[in-house]
Design a protein around this ligand. Structure first.
Ligand code: XIL
Length: 364
């Protein structure tokens, strides 16, 4: 789709959102059809147990999404106990919810620099070596959800913040900076021969050196025969991202021919800095549209899934950074925002506005 068509589409989407409201007034919700029915690939959302216990969250999520990623209860911070034991109760509940709602399960994350559980730091190596404990963890996690999990973030955020080299971590220091990654993928592959195994990272849109280092790492892993079979672009972006940048990033990642997961998309308003809120919301809607279009332009076998990092604004992890941020598709009450219209438009899921003249406002 060319830029002009996109503008028309987004304009129509925003007209639905802004219709009859004063420029500064609260946005009027837009009408969208069930997104999951309109997407010929899995549409994902992340969740915590507290979300699935909320009937309104559950209804909205099951209407629009066909894939579920546990937001944190499948991470070491929850699973690994100080004594080295594992807790699967919450991850199991999320997996059961996904089954009942006919949502595919996506799992995150096995090895992440940000996790240093006490169980590993204080490991009694006279009983089990660090490497064996590492393997045991991956095998237990991946094995438990084998047959249900479509894929795993095996190594998360491996590239240094500024893109100069790789992250330091407990795992790199104990098992080697390249070898801990190789090992994680190999052990995960042995535990589930069918899951797609991802290297997942963020700020690939905004830090060219980080994208470059990420690509070099993918090459190196693939050349070494490591079973990386998918690439995840977290996509924690903000409304200041210039038009076209996101598309170029997805195209750069797609060059490897591997399945792509837009794995954690949100579009922060607050992180965009100064600007009129309504204008930033318009940019936000435009970026949701651009992200969806860029994904839809991938060859079908490369469209692994398109996942947003939260359902309603009040569910967003970004609220902890700034309570006034509104980065997601639905407002606090679960009403579709202009952002949702932006994402729905390329999918053809905008609802017609009924009028005396029929559905002439339909934007698709
Ligand atoms: C975040 C979750 O949203 C939080 O609830 C949790 O406390 C910490 O992790 N990059 C990632 C995600 O890979 O796993 C992070 O999710 C957000 C940044």
């Amino acid at each position: 789709m060319n830029v002009l068509d996109r503008r028309t589409l987004i304009g129509a989407a925003l007209a639905l959102g802004a219709c009859e409201s004063a420029a500064q007034g609260p946005p009027v919700p837009v009408e969208i059809g069930p997104l999951r029915a309109a997407a010929p690939f899995p549409l994902g959302v992340c969740a915590q147990v507290s979300h699935i216990e909320d009937p309104e969250w559950a209804r909205l999520a099951a209407t629009h999404f066909s894939q579920l990623t546990p937001e944190w209860e499948m991470k070491m911070e929850y699973v690994v106990q100080p004594d080295g034991g594992f807790r699967f109760d919450r991850a199991d509940r999320l997996a059961a919810f996904a089954r009942a709602a006919r949502m595919r399960l996506y799992c995150t994350t096995l090895i992440w620099y940000a996790q240093r559980p006490e169980g590993f730091e204080k490991l009694d190596e006279s009983r089990t070596s660090f490497g064996r404990a590492y393997d045991n963890y991956i095998t237990a996690m991946v094995g438990r959800y084998r047959g249900q999990a479509a894929g795993w973030d095996v190594v998360n955020e491996a590239v240094a913040e500024d893109g100069r080299g790789w992250r330091e971590s407990l795992w790199a220091s104990r098992l080697g900076d390249f070898d801990h990654m190789r090992r994680a993928f190999e052990v995960a592959r042995a535990a589930d021969p069918d899951a797609v195994l991802f290297l997942n990272d963020y700020n690939l849109e905004t830090i060219p050196r980080k994208l470059d280092t990420f690509q070099r790492l993918v090459e190196r892993l693939l050349n070494a025969g490591v079973p990386v079979t998918g690439l995840g672009c977290q996509s924690h972006i903000d409304a200041s991202l210039p038009s076209g940048t996101y598309t170029r990033t997805i195209q750069a990642l797609a060059r490897f021919g591997l399945p792509i997961h837009v794995s954690e998309l949100d579009v922060s308003i607050v992180r965009a800095g100064r600007g009129q809120r309504r204008a930033l919301e318009e940019r936000q809607a435009g970026l949701y549209a651009e992200a969806m279009e860029a994904f839809m332009e991938l060859p079908a076998p490369q469209r692994f899934a398109f996942t947003v990092w939260g359902l309603r604004d009040r569910d967003s992890w970004l609220k902890r950074e700034n309570a006034s941020d509104t980065p997601l598709l639905f407002d606090d009450l679960g009403r579709a925002k202009a952002a949702a219209a932006g994402l729905a438009a390329p999918l053809g899921a905008l609802q017609p506005l009924a009028s005396l003249y029929g559905n002439e406002n339909r934007a698709t």
